[in-house]
Write a protein that binds this ligand. Structure first.
Ligand code: GDP
Length: 300
């Protein structure tokens, strides 16, 4: 929790502090509630969730009558937590089946942190005693395969790669095949996220998915979104969700933004949990998303 709090940007912590400061005012008048709304909107929580939170909070404050700062903090914590869908299952499934490894496809627009996330996730799995194969199916960004391979060497996972500008589906196929042949526990496939056209993306990811599923069940399709892109991330999420069945979201670069409220917005948009968060560029900077800890880090 201490680490989480330290890594969430100062400005993001300011969201929580800002809310608490507003709530500790002598009179919770109309202006104050509006300021609370503005604070949440600025953090990209989204219009509807913001209105819901403020309405519920107002109602509870009204019903409770008394309102010490401590009581308000408890209420705010509960309401923020509620917005984050605490009941979601956030485990990243990597279950190896009889004879086949667990397979995870990592998708998202280039630059969001896909390759880095794939590397960090490999590290977590290897540390957990699993053998991991990395599939460098992002064959369009010239450096992506090198970058993934470097991660692989760092964490102890073999990287399967194809020729530059080669067929991503063929790399995906080969990596799952290698996973099967070597008896690996998990295959992580890094894909290319070119949003040039929706049909192009659909064809590409669809093909990758099909060749994977010919050999092994796909456990997860993780969508990587850059938290600093705010509402733009939502647009990306919508496009990817139309193209492929997303099972979990990874929100990266939460260390560099005050827009942490995007967690709420994106979960609503897709009806899919944020499972992991990126809190920096380093190998250890991937954390499971825990709503309780997140809220605690925000409002301290
Ligand atoms: P890709 O094109 O989606 O594969 O993106 P990369 O994995 O190459 O990441 C793009 C940049 O974002 C790199 O400089 C990464 O080090 C950086 N990055 C990735 N995740 C995080 C994160 O959680 N926090 C920060 N601050 N930077 C990140």
């Amino acid at each position: 929790l201490v680490r989480l709090r330290a890594r969430l940007s100062r400005s993001q912590n300011a969201l929580g502090k800002g809310l608490l400061t507003l709530l500790s005012r002598e009179h919770l008048d109309e202006d104050t509630w509006e300021e609370i709304e503005d604070t949440l909107l600025t953090a990209d929580v989204g219009v509807q969730p913001t209105q819901e939170l403020v309405e519920r909070l107002r109602e509870r404050v009204r019903v409770l009558g008394t309102r010490t700062p401590d009581e308000l903090r408890v209420l705010l914590r509960e309401e923020l937590l509620q917005l984050l869908n605490p009941e979601f299952d956030r485990s990243v499934r990597t279950d190896a089946k009889e004879g086949t490894p667990g397979v995870v496809m990592v998708v998202g627009v280039n630059g969001t942190g896909k390759t880095t996330t794939t590397g960090k996730l490999a590290r977590v799995l290897v540390a957990d005693g699993k053998t991991v194969v990395l599939g460098a199916a992002d064959t369009f960004r010239a450096a992506a395969a090198d970058q993934l391979q470097t991660w692989g060497e760092r964490v102890g996972a073999h990287t399967v790669r194809g020729p530059e500008a080669g067929d991503p589906a063929s790399v995906a196929f080969d990596s799952v095949k290698e996973g099967i042949v070597t008896g690996a526990d998990v295959v992580l496939i890094d894909t290319a996220g070119r949003l040039h056209t929706k049909t192009g993306l659909m064809d590409e990811l669809g093909k990758v998915k099909r060749v994977v599923e010919k050999q092994a069940p796909l456990d997860e399709v993780l969508l990587v979104l850059d938290a600093t892109t705010g509402q733009n991330g939502l647009v990306q999420a919508r496009v990817f969700a139309e193209v492929v069945n997303i099972t979990g979201i990874v929100l990266t670069k939460l260390d560099g933004t005050a827009k942490g409220g995007i967690v709420v917005a994106v979960q609503r948009e897709l009806g899919v949990p944020v499972k992991l968060i990126g809190l920096g560029e380093g190998a250890d900077d991937l954390a499971p998303f825990e709503p309780g800890a997140f809220v605690d880090a925000l409002i301290g």
